[in-house]
Ligand binder design. Structure first.
Ligand code: HEC
Length: 251
């Protein structure tokens, strides 16, 4: 093996897991660009707290930090977004972590697997995966909760947004090489939202999950730009200074 082939095979080994992870359940992923406006994140927080936080916690975050980041007052969060109680049986305080009221034992018993913490799921799964996953549940009577998912086959999670999306069934076609391919979904029962409205709701939700995974991204980027500007100005000064110092020295 010459050194070039060695380098190529090592590179292939390093890159392979990235592709394997991205492939997920084998279904193609839709591209998603998260939004960071307060309005989007507020709507996303509402969906998350109403439909997800019963089972999933996000307890690397405090309600009060979230409120500040997405432009809500503490009292608005207490009134509209906190549905859990603390150990003393009182409504969870706004300074508390965003947990849930479901014990791990209960989760395991009810779903066969404990619903994972979603605080960092946008980083572990990626936003394309999340956006596609939340739009890929389908009716499957053979599953315990009547739901399956083309991105996460045999998923243990029920289709918690079926009221909004309704129920759908996947349509498969066979490509020229004989492989079965997902061609789309067929609506079986209607939900309260149209397809576009449902996609917009998932845009809000996944944008909120993206925010949870990296709450300080905006601040970091703007600081990064300032640091680069400073270095650029400093470079110009340094060049002039160097010219000045070396002016009288023959070289
Ligand atoms: C009734 C309980 C329940 C609710 C409500 C619920 N989930 Fe789940 N969720 C689960 C369970 C159980 C799993 C684990 C599935 C498995 O591993 O098979 C899961 C898995 C997931 C995963 C995959 C995590 C991973 O990396 O494997 C994501 C993402 C997720 N849920 C997002 C959501 C979102 C977003 C909502 C709200 C719209 C939500 N869930 C509401 C029970 C729930």
């Amino acid at each position: 093996m010459n050194s070039l082939t060695k380098i190529i095979s090592v590179a292939a080994i390093l890159v392979a897991p990235a592709f394997a992870g991205a492939a997920g359940g084998g279904a193609a992923l839709d591209h998603f660009t998260p939004e960071r406006t307060d309005r989007t994140l507020q709507r996303g927080a509402k969906v998350f707290m109403n439909y997800c936080s019963g089972c999933h916690s996000a307890d690397y975050h405090r309600y009060s930090h979230m409120a500040r980041d997405i432009g809500l007052s503490d009292s608005a969060v207490v009134e509209n977004l906190i549905f859990t109680t603390d150990d003393a049986g009182e409504k969870t305080k706004v300074g508390a972590l965003m947990g849930n009221n479901m014990s791990a034992e209960y989760g395991k018993e009810a779903f066969g697997v404990v619903p994972p913490n979603l605080a960092l799921v946008a980083r572990s799964r990626g936003v394309d995966w999340l956006y596609t996953y939340m739009r890929s549940f389908y009716l499957d009577e053979s599953r315990p909760f009547g739901a399956n998912n083309t991105v996460f086959p045999q998923v243990g999670m029920p289709h918690v947004l079926s009221d909004l999306q309704g129920w759908r069934k996947p349509i498969y076609t066979t490509d020229s090489e004989g492989h079965e391919k997902l061609a789309g979904f067929q609506q079986v029962t209607a939900g309260t939202l149209s397809e576009d409205e449902y996609d917009a709701t998932i845009t809000d939700l996944v944008s909120f999950l993206d925010y949870l995974g990296d709450p300080n991204r905006e601040a970091r980027h703007s600081l990064g730009i300032k640091v680069m500007l400073f270095l650029l100005i400093f470079l110009v000064l340094a060049v002039f200074l160097k010219k000045e110092y070396w002016k009288d020295i023959p070289h």
